[in-house]
Ligand binder design. Structure first.
Ligand code: ADP
Ligand code: MG
Length: 470
């Protein structure tokens, strides 16, 4: 019967899906028109129910007649040893499955979705856990931008419905200082606000590792596992730290499986995409793929400005607009540095009772940006030039051949060539898609004009002061 059913299914789903979801199924029993099939995990069962219930329904009815029914039997991994899988059947509503007392719930083939009932392991009580959340890292304090939109909205969805979205686990990844930790806390805080009874725990993977090592040393291995299995929303920060740590990965794997099977939410962060984490076991990486991996990108200019403005607002501070813009233009790849520069400018100003000026900002930003010989960016040059000639950046980058615009554009190209290491082609690209010959021509034109036109030279010298870092 199952063979026939498989054949029907095979004709109706993609080969990939067939291999992933149907090949691992073992038929174990057929009695009174009820076919019991064994699936490898709770997750597997849920997936089948969610995506393939119709095809399964049709197939079974075709093979067994209209009274045909299907039951699942789920193989669970043994919490303690992982060696001997044991079988637990789907628990019926309001009844609890235990290791020794599996109960079955017939899958109602007339209903598209059966009730999901997490397994409740007996002997575990609710515990009070300090969530270790930093209240400052809230959603409210997290500026939204294109750079973080997906991760933020996935995080928000998870917070509203922890364990109940397709984003489980939710993996947030991205370079240093881009807001992974902040966002992870924000989700935890929001869950706590919405569901005060849920147990939320934030832990760095370093701490997790050390706790685990201590637990093993003190013979508290099981307590460690039990503790983590009681968490409703587990947030583990910087999981790339698990790389190469086989024992920690092993215990995490168990905890992960347990939580996932029980419909608990797992949130992870990493400094790179999962596939790029070297030394991470395949079985963990494949678990990470069950949910959503959302990346954080370096923030775009508007977001950088918005972040600075929010920080100032929160601190009750004001800074001249050009200073804020200068910081935002100069520090492009890391929000932590952006904040650091802001704070050090404020500190310096108050320490020396100096006014906060663009010059002070320059000095401090220079200290902050680690790349030794810091260079101004093409974007910044364009901004200064545009401000100077009272022109929008869009105009500068447009195709227009108007004389003033052409001249401003040439000047921006000239400074970009002089003051950055960018290639002619790159500069051209930044100026509305011009080729390298155009940039070269612009540089020559500016040089010639400086020799022949005094007023023009005045502009250039003025601008140079404004752009250069002194
Ligand atoms: P990561 O964990 O990715 O290294 P963090 O979450 O520690 O980065 O963020 C570094 C700093 O930048 C934190 O102070 C955080 O509040 C701030 N930050 C990052 N992204 C944002 C954002 N979108 N809005 C506001 N602050 C942010
Ligand atoms: Mg972090």
């Amino acid at each position: 019967i199952w063979e026939n059913s498989l054949q029907i299914i095979k004709d109706n789903v993609s080969l990939q899906s067939y291999k992933t979801w149907f090949e691992p199924i073992t038929p174990i029993k057929l009695k009174d028109k009820v076919l019991t099939i064994q699936v490898p995990s709770q997750f597997f069962y849920e997936w089948l129910e969610e995506h393939y219930v119709n095809i399964l329904k049709k197939t079974i009815k075709k093979e067994l007649g209209p009274e045909g029914r299907l039951e699942y039997s789920i193989v669970m991994e043994n919490n303690q040893s992982n060696t001997k899988p044991y079988t637990v059947k789907i628990p019926a509503t309001n009844r609890q499955a235990t290791k020794n007392n599996p109960v079955t719930m017939p899958i109602d083939l007339n209903k598209d979705k059966s009730i999901r009932n997490p397994f409740i392991i007996p002997g575990l009580k609710k515990i009070n856990v300090d969530s270790q959340l930093n209240p400052n890292y809230s959603f409210k304090n997290f500026v939204e931008g294109d750079c973080n939109r997906l991760a933020r909205s996935a995080g928000f969805a998870v917070a509203k419905n922890p364990g109940g979205t397709a984003f489980n686990p939710l993996l947030i990844y991205g370079g240093v200082g881009l807001g992974k930790t902040h966002l992870a806390h924000a989700i935890g805080i929001d869950v706590k606000n919405r569901f005060p009874n849920k147990t939320v725990l934030y832990v760095s993977s370093e701490k997790f590792t050390h706790q685990f090592i201590d637990a093993v040393r003190n013979n508290e291995h099981n307590d460690f596992i039990h503790f983590y299995q009681m968490i409703d929303v587990l947030i583990i920060d910087d999981v790339q730290f698990f790389a190469g740590k086989a024992k920690t990965q092993d215990v995490f794997f168990h905890i992960f499986n347990h939580l996932h099977q029980s419909g608990k939410q797992i949130i992870l962060t990493a400094d790179k995409a999962p596939v790029e984490i070297i030394g991470m076991e395949q079985r963990l990486l494949s678990r990470f793929k069950w949910g959503l991996a959302a990346d954080l990108q370096a923030p775009e200019l508007e977001t950088r400005i918005a972040i600075l403005e929010m920080k100032m607002y929160n601190e009750g501070l004001e800074l001249p607009k050009d200073v804020v813009e200068y910081i935002a233009y100069s520090i492009t790849t890391n929000v932590r540095e952006l904040e650091g520069a802001l704070i050090s400018i404020l500190a310096q100003a108050s320490l020396n009772k100096k006014a906060i000026t663009i010059d002070l900002a320059r000095q401090m930003v220079d200290k902050f940006v680690k790349n030794t010989a810091r260079e101004v960016s093409i974007d910044y040059i364009q901004k200064v030039v545009c401000d100077y000639f009272d022109m929008g950046i869009d105009t500068l980058k447009s195709k227009t051949r108007k004389r003033e615009v052409v001249q401003a554009r040439q000047i921006a190209m000239y400074f970009s060539k002089q003051m950055t290491k960018s290639s002619l082609a790159t500069i051209g690209m930044h100026c509305g898609g011009k080729d390298h010959a155009t940039v070269l021509h612009a540089c020559k034109t500016v040089n010639n004009l400086m020799d022949t036109d005094k007023r023009f030279r005045g502009y250039i010298e003025d601008l140079k002061k404004k752009i250069s870092l002194q």
